[in-house]
Design a protein around this ligand. Structure first.
Ligand SMILES: [Zn+2]
Length: 495
């Protein structure tokens, strides 16, 4: 049927159709940009198609606009109360933490200050969860009973470190006060309306340094039972992430290699086995491996221990590496090559090596339903500096690991003119730019939680999207394993 029409179509229409087709061509592969390399894009092709179909069916933008645009007096009262809590108490709390920066694992004053606020309000507080001194969990149970949903909110508080000491150049000082403004308003709302359920606040330390606290907390079961996890982070643009999976940076393995030799005085060095020599061999071998790795690999390491005295054969030498690649499958290949090299260096020197992978960061899951909802509310509530284009997919927390098990959202509202990790971002954390962004973040947080609590259709869409994407992430990794098969294993004769 289309054939004869095509033949009679006037030239101008053909041109218009072609332009439409090429526009469509430009639009369709957009999600592929989430993948970095040609191999990854090829492996993801079928998965991206399935994500597109899911999005077409769930229509997250339509649902978000309907929810954010509708009149709802209860929600508006909740948002007003959130604003009030931010302005009357939480802004000052954010400034206080901002003026008292503490680096990761040493955030004792911040934790004391924050948990005192929670205890004063009658929350059930547990400090030192998952064996981490500066991690905490606080729970509020509705007077209507605990049965029902559990809303989870994540807040950080660690500072960056530079030559002049610690400073809040990533605005983590504001994160937990934002969570408080939203959670306290939410608790009042649930109590007043007799809604059963629980609200849980997770104080997560040391985002800026390894090992990844959220993975440790997750493995200890700290996040178990949360139906949703919500958080915010200071950013230079109000934005939402594209649906799919990815990480802010790269997939990372953090690995310590400890070589153990035998000490001996230099007068009888033949009794010794030199751990430093092993470490230096290994360090050089890693540079040798680089030439046969894919170019996107990034391997950085230091020797943190190498012996105590020049006249004693070093007994112990330690190397610390960050190994990064855009996808976790090829990353495993790099790690295996390095582990083999470490064992080779140990064998060559008569030493032993202990390999401790103390941290992993992985692709996180980014949900269209929650991204679009949060973005629609940010626009509705007057967030400045809006980025119309979605950013590349990334999970709501930096390790990616938690996002695979629990659906959630990281709210991104403009709060700084300076880039992340700068003195400019620190400056804005104390002024109108930061304060406005933080207030709106809290308001968006309450709005999203309110809809999650009151709209079963939204919860269903989020649940279905999360389950589907978690399954597709596994499929993507399987496709990658196939794609890399010829270059990763087996004897050379069989490749
Ligand atoms: Zn940060």
């Amino acid at each position: 049927m289309a054939g004869p029409m095509r033949r009679t179509r006037p030239a101008s229409r053909v041109f218009a159709t072609r332009r439409l087709l090429s526009l469509a061509f430009l639009l369709i592969p957009l999600p592929l940009l989430a993948q970095t390399t040609a191999t990854e894009r090829a492996a993801a092709r079928d998965i991206v198609r399935q994500i597109d179909e899911l999005q077409a069916r769930l229509d997250p933008t339509g649902l978000a606009n309907e929810l954010a645009g509708r009149a709802d007096a209860d929600r508006d009262a909740l948002v007003r109360r959130t604003t009030e809590l931010w302005e009357s108490e939480m802004q000052a709390l954010s400034d206080f933490i901002g003026h008292n920066p503490e680096v990761g694992w040493e955030e004792f004053l911040a934790v004391d200050t924050l948990t005192a606020v929670l205890e004063n309000r009658g929350w059930d507080v547990e400090v030192g969860v998952a064996g981490l001194e500066t991690a905490f969990v606080a729970t509020w149970t509705s007077p209507a009973g605990p049965q029902g949903l559990m809303l989870g909110l994540i807040g950080e508080y660690d500072a960056l470190r530079d030559a002049d000491g610690p400073f809040h150049g990533d605005q983590h000082n504001a994160q937990t006060p934002i969570v408080f403004a939203s959670a306290f308003a939410m608790a009042e709302h649930m109590a007043a309306d007799g809604i059963p359920g629980r609200i849980r606040i997770y104080g997560t330390p040391a985002e800026e340094v390894g090992p990844p606290a959220k993975v440790i907390m997750h493995e200890a079961g700290v996040f178990d039972g949360a139906d949703i996890l919500i958080r915010s982070h200071g950013v230079t643009q109000t934005s939402r992430a594209q649906v799919g999976f990815g990480s802010c940076c790269l997939n990372i393995n953090e690995v310590k290699y400890t070589f153990l030799g035998t000490p001996s005085h230099q007068m009888a060095s033949w009794h010794g086995r030199n751990a430093l020599a092993a470490a230096v061999h290994f360090f050089t071998m890693v540079d040798g491996i680089r030439s046969t790795l894919r170019p996107e690999a990034s391997i950085q390491g230091v020797i943190t221990e190498g012996g105590d005295a020049p006249n004693v054969v070093p007994q112990r030498a330690v190397l610390d590496y960050y190994i990064r690649y855009p996808d976790p499958v090829y990353l495993e290949h790099i790690s295996k090559m390095m582990d083999d090299a470490a064992r080779g260096a140990a064998m060559a020197t008569g030493t032993e090596v202990e390999i401790d992978r103390y941290g992993e960061y992985r692709d996180g899951i980014s949900l269209g339903t929650l991204q679009e909802l949060s973005f629609a509310y940010a626009k509705e509530l007057g967030a400045p500096n809006i980025s119309p284009e979605p950013s590349r997919p990334s999970g709501y927390e930096e390790t990616g690991v938690v996002t695979k098990d629990i659906p959630g959202i990281g709210i991104s509202v403009f709060s700084s003119r300076g880039a992340n990790h700068t003195r400019g971002m620190l400056e804005d954390t104390f002024n109108e730019v930061g304060h406005t962004g933080f207030r709106i973040s809290a308001e968006v947080m309450s709005s999203v939680l309110y809809d999650f609590l009151t709209r079963p259709d939204l919860r269903e869409a989020i649940g279905e999207e999360h389950r589907t994407l978690a399954g597709l992430l596994d499929q993507y990794h399987e496709a990658l394993r196939e794609a890399y098969a010829s270059e990763l294993g087996g004897p050379i004769s069989q490749r």
